[in-house]
Design a binder for this molecule. Structure first.
Ligand code: ZN
Length: 362
């Protein structure tokens, strides 16, 4: 096991492990802990090479490998105070804060030296009180997996450890935004498909790091990546050709298994994360791949597939952008009645198809 200096307090460790605060699915099994006083140092198994969430896993590894002092601490939003260092020009002042007073569900504070390295022109700043990276977060509603923990650790902290702009857009002028917040190719930050990320730190965090609270598995990058997409598409092709997708006849009773819905969800998630400027995978390339898959199906299967897409577009717990895009593009098999447009409440009068929302990945 590789252990660095990413330190979780006992409560924060519980959030990570029991409530899958930052790593979900099988990847959590490859984490390890080294007790240190009342805290725990985060570690990972070096032999674990095929993570289901390669984006988050690589961030976690790089944080551990960085050997930076990173302390993750859970706080009550109103009652737990902590100190920060406020610097205004030459004036240094320790300030007591709560998350409530900071107006945040989570806060990342970096060492002064790191702040100055990333923003050399900055005169005023708020940094950590003890020269370490500090994360304070709270869990307001629900579980830690939809808290600010991932946002702070894999977003702000990871970017700051990389010594690149890591803050939300605060500046009002375009020039200031460009100077403070913009990541471009020279920063070497990659998206989940391995393409250089160009945009603000804010966009990077909201697109790839923030949890998706509507999902049973809130990481936006679970099963996302070049290899993961290829695997999901191959599996969807196989399932569509077998008994996981079927119908008695066109406009008859149709059926799709939870595995089919889950696999389509992985493909859809890749579609939602992909960038139009991607070098290999783009939203359009994924739509083209699934269209090609559809065209090879027998008409009765095409009918069932369209019903699945219509179902997904109607159900809030599934990622639906791909289904909506495809429903506008795919030609109905000969003789099929037009689909009822997706409604908020799922209705499949002639069949069924919705998988349980808690179903796990293959
Ligand atoms: Zn933030």
């Amino acid at each position: 096991m590789v252990v660095g200096k990413v330190r979780f307090t006992k409560e924060a460790k519980t959030d990570l492990m029991a409530d899958r605060g930052i790593i979900d699915g099988p990847d959590a099994g490859a984490l390890g802990w080294l007790p240190d006083g009342s805290d725990f140092l985060l570690g990972y198994k070096l032999a674990y090479k095929a993570p289901h969430d390669p984006f988050r896993w690589s961030k976690l590894k790089e944080l551990v490998d960085s050997c930076e002092d990173i302390v993750i601490d859970k706080k009550n939003v109103a009652t737990d105070t902590f100190e920060v260092l406020s610097i205004q020009g030459k004036t240094h002042k320790m300030v007591k804060l709560t998350l409530g007073r900071a107006g945040a569900a989570g806060l990342t504070l970096v060492p002064e030296s790191v702040e100055r390295a990333i923003f050399p022109k900055l005169a005023d700043m708020i940094v950590s009180a003890d020269g370490k990276f500090r994360i304070f977060y709270t869990v307001l509603l629900g579980k830690a997996d939809t808290s600010a923990l991932a946002h702070e650790l894999f977003g702000h902290t990871w970017l700051a450890v990389k010594r690149v702009p890591y803050k939300h857009r605060k500046a009002s002028s375009k020039a200031a935004v460009a100077a403070q917040d913009t990541l471009d190719a020279k920063h070497g930050i990659l998206d989940p498909f391995g393409d250089p990320f160009v945009g603000t730190a804010d966009t990077f965090i909201t697109s790839f790091v923030d949890p998706d609270s509507m999902r049973s598995m809130p990481s936006k990058t679970q099963n996302v990546g070049k290899t993961q997409y290829k695997d999901a598409l191959a599996k969807l092709t196989k399932l569509a050709g077998g008994k996981d997708l079927s119908a008695t006849k066109i406009d008859g009773t149709w059926q799709a298994t939870p595995a089919f819905f889950d696999t389509l969800d992985f493909v859809s998630n890749n579609h939602e994360r992909a960038s139009a400027t991607g070098t290999v995978i783009t939203p359009s390339s994924i739509e083209a791949d699934v269209t090609a898959l559809y065209k090879k199906l027998a008409p009765v299967k095409q009918y069932a597939f369209l019903q699945v897409l219509n179902d997904v577009a109607s159900i809030g717990t599934r990622r639906s952008n791909l289904a909506r895009a495809l429903l506008g593009q795919l030609a109905l098999p000969r003789g099929m009645q037009p689909l009822q447009p997706p409604s908020v409440a799922p209705s499949s009068p002639a069949g069924f198809g919705s998988a349980p929302s808690g179903s796990s990945p293959p």
